[in-house]
Every structure is written in structure tokens, then in C-alpha cells.
Design a protein around this ligand. Structure first.
Ligand code: G
Ligand code: G
Ligand code: MN
Ligand code: NA
Length: 262
């Protein structure tokens, strides 16, 4: 109960922060954008990750307000990112939870409001939804997001229960391959069954091929080592994200990161 009070206060006390993790193109090495990742700068417990408090925010009816706050803050930050030397504006990817999707009109209102601020055209914004959220969702809210000109990504792909026919019902712009596929090779997460690199590629290749077939990009998540980067590149994945490139960084560290990666 105390934690609920603290979480409500956190929004008014400005204790939330958005960190950003870069995504790079595997063929060119170029930076393509950042994923926004929420953090709670807790007064006594330090920086907390969303897995620990998003469910609480959902249960106390705070997720709508929090989601709108994230969109506004991330839009504000992304509007100030410099144009990279390669000339393609950087994408901003924002996660939304299944509950936010179920409360479709509120989500659409939050996105619309964020897009009204200057500096972030709709095409630069991408909404990430998990495979399971997509599987249980009616098509309408996803179509509404697309109608705004915003892009859609399927997150944690390969861990959920969507069917290929379900996938074909929706229009997506990106597939994010769950890090469990990447980390079977030399993973720090540790796998119950060590898999040879050649076998790991065979699991990732069909997902990359699905992206190729649909004409959309695929992002390998959780790439921590050069061996994992080679693995996903050889499997035909088009982009990567993970500690090998950078951990998520606070907003004020993003310009230096853009300069380093550019
Ligand atoms: O940020 P990690 O560093 O801990 O993220 C953990 C989980 O929380 C991931 O599944 C991620 O998709 C989710 N997450 C991160 N930021 C947000 C956010 O702003 N909103 C929602 N709904 N989920 C988020
Ligand atoms: O579910 P989603 O993909 O949105 O969550 C992203 C999560 O992955 C965040 O918790 C983020 O901090 C974490 N993450 C990002 N890069 C890496 C990585 O290279 N290794 C691991 N183990 N986690 C990562
Ligand atoms: Mn994500
Ligand atoms: Na993911």
C-alpha cells in the first residue's frame, strides 16, 4: 500500500526518467534510432526498472497517465536529437503494455497529444507491442495507431503465442527478435542447453526471412558480444540492439552517444 502511494507521488515529484538504447543497422553500422525505456529514480531504493512497477501502475489505474507522460517526455527528447551524418532522421521506439492497448482510445489520445508538440513527425515514432498483446488484441487499435502515421513493431518476438495467420492480419513495420534467441550463443544469461552457433542461426533465420518476406526490418535484441552480432548478421537480421553497442543511457548522454556512433 505504501508502494502504491509512492508510485502515485513519483509522477508529481518528477521521479521518473526515460533512458534510451541505440539500435544500429547491421549492414552499414549506422544508428537508426533509440528505444525509450522507463526508469523510476526511487528516493531510497535507487534506479528501478519497469518490470518491477509497471504491473503496480496498471493495478492502481496509473498506467494511462504514466504512458502519456512517457510519450510526451520521449517526444520532447527526440525532437532535440541531431540529424545523423547519414541523413535519415532517428526513430523513437516506445513500449506500450497490453493494458494500454486494451484502453485503446486513451492510448490514441496520448499518442495524438505527443505528436502535437513540435519536432517529431509521426513517421519517426514507433510503438512496440509484445507478440502476446498483439495476439489478444482486436485489429482496430493497431489500425488506429497506423492511421496516425506511427509505425508498429512486434516486441519479444518468438516468445509469444501468435500464429503466422494472425501476423498476416496486421500490418507491422518491424520485428524485434527476443534476446533469448540471440543469447543461446555465449550468453551471459546462461542457457539450459548450450547450442552450437550453427544451430542458433537456424532458429533465427526463419524470423529474419519472415521480415524479408514482409519487406520489413528485423532487430536482434540483447546483442552483447561480437559473436552474437556475427550470428544474427549471418542469419539475415537487419538491425541490432544490446550492450555491445550501448546500455540504455539517460537523455542527457544521448547527444554524445549519437556523436560516437555517427
Ligand atoms: O527497461 P528494461 O530495462 O528493464 O525493461 C523491462 C521491460 O519493461 C521490457 O519488457 C520493456 O518493454 C518494458 N518497458 C520499458 N519501458 C517501458 C515503458 O515506458 N512502458 C511500458 N509499458 N513498458 C516498458
Ligand atoms: O522487452 P523489451 O525488449 O522492451 O525490453 C528491453 C529490455 O532489455 C530492457 O530491460 C533492457 O534494459 C534490456 N536489455 C537491453 N540490452 C540488453 C542486453 O544486451 N542484454 C540484456 N541481458 N538485456 C538487455
Ligand atoms: Mn521493447
Ligand atoms: Na523485447
Amino acid at each position: 500500500a505504501l508502494q502504491q502511494v509512492k508510485l502515485r507521488e513519483a509522477l508529481t515529484l518528477d521521479q521518473f526518467a526515460v533512458h534510451y538504447q541505440p539500435i544500429v543497422d547491421l549492414a552499414t553500422g549506422q544508428l537508426t534510432g533509440f528505444e525509450a525505456l522507463l526508469r523510476w529514480q526511487h528516493p531510497t531504493r535507487g534506479t528501478l526498472n519497469p518490470d518491477g512497477f509497471i504491473p503496480l501502475a496498471e493495478s492502481i489505474g496509473l498506467i494511462g497517465a504514466l504512458g502519456s507522460w512517457i510519450l510526451r517526455r520521449a517526444r520532447h527528447d527526440a525532437a532535440r536529437w541531431p540529424l545523423p551524418a547519414h541523413g535519415t532522421p532517428l526513430q523513437l521506439s516506445v513500449n506500450v503494455s497490453p493494458l494500454q492497448l486494451r484502453e485503446g482510445p486513451a492510448l490514441i489520445a496520448g499518442i495524438t497529444e505527443a505528436l502535437q508538440g513540435a519536432g517529431l513527425p509521426a513517421q519517426r515514432l514507433e510503438i512496440e507491442i509484445t507478440e502476446n498483446a498483439m495476439a489478444e488484441q482486436g485489429a482496430s487499435v493497431l489500425a488506429d495507431i497506423h492511421r496516425l502515421g506511427v509505425r508498429l513493431a512486434i516486441d519479444d518476438f518468438g516468445t509469444g503465442y501468435s500464429s503466422l495467420s494472425r501476423l498476416a492480419q496486421f500490418s507491422f513495420d518491424r520485428i524485434k527478435i527476443d534476446r533469448s534467441f540471440v543469447q543461446v550463443v555465449g550468453g551471459t544469461a546462461g542457457s539450459a542447453r548450450p547450442v552450437a552457433p550453427s544451430n542458433a542461426a537456424w532458429m533465427i533465420r526463419p524470423i529474419a526471412a519472415l521480415g524479408t518476406g514482409l519487406g520489413i526490418s528485423t532487430v536482434a535484441e540483447g546483442v552483447e558480444t561480437a559473436a552474437q552480432a556475427s550470428l544474427v548478421w549471418e542469419a539475415g537480421v537487419t538491425e541490432m540492439q544490446g550492450y555491445l553497442v550501448s546500455t540504455p543511457v539517460p537523455a542527457d548522454a544521448v547527444p554524445a552517444l549519437i556523436a560516437r556512433l555517427d
